[in-house]
Design a protein around this ligand. Sequence first.
Ligand code: SAM
Length: 286
Amino acid sequence: MRIDELIAESVAVIDTALSGESTARLDAELLLSHVLKKQRSYLYAYPEVLLKPEHLAEFYPLLQQRCDGQPMAYLLGEKEFWSLSLSVDKRVLIPRPETEEMVEQVLDLPLPPQSVVADLGTGSGAIALALAKEKPHWFVVASDFSAQAVEVAKQNSQQHQENNNQSAEQFLLLRADWLSAFAENSFDLIVSNPPYIDALDAHLKHGDVQFEPLSALVSPNAGLADIEKIVAGADTCLKAGGYLAIEHGYDQGERIVALLDRHGYQDIVDNHDLAGMPRFVIAGKK
Ligand SMILES: C[S@@+](CC[C@H](N)C(=O)[O-])C[C@H]1O[C@@H](n2cnc3c(N)ncnc32)[C@H](O)[C@@H]1O
């Protein structure tokens, strides 16, 4: 079978299975480029190339999994975040563009040049690696309660250090339950994209989310329990004059602003994502 024939067939199959998935063509092309280990442009340059049986044998199971709804990032084994190619699989959340917006904002905070920074619930290491890339003089601590997530973040941090000639001494990765492992006044900045979805939220049954680890998504108390623990821990672990940045659900902003207010924070700003939804709070510690 030719490349263009396989793509046309696959687009139709994905369209049917995922009822008009708007990315069907892109998905089919990305899966085939992945199998062929070629750029997508190759598919357009050589549509007449005949595919080898071993390529088809690798492609069809991926196509089937995509039709079952598996996220593209898991099938390709990678996701780009902040121009970093990160390995991802079902052990970790797939990093989201909204989180890049939080990274962008915290990079602009008036922090000391040699700040010590924590990314709590690091998952694939996305936030921590983006911060380390942009601020080579920061010391970045990345932690997660999930041992499996720590394995993935370790793989990504090693890869990132090799690719960018970054010092391993800039980065510490460990397994920890939020801030319980850290001493008083440890950090100038604490960033987190914690689990914040209510267990009964219908969104958990749709799209990529249904394949991601529940431990990365769901939190008790209407999704706020983990955020409350982080805020409580930051009372001791965040330095005076430091900042706390927390991603949250679109309808949780007011409660989190009120929580931070009760904990005595100043300059509390609930930032909107590109879709105009309030998605991450940044607050300064007095
Ligand atoms: C929404 S995911 C965020 C992953 C990553 N930071 C990102 O933005 O792509 C939340 C992460 O918090 C971790 N987590 C859940 N409970 C935790 C806890 N008690 N202490 C530390 N991390 C926890 C999960 O394992 C998961 O990796």
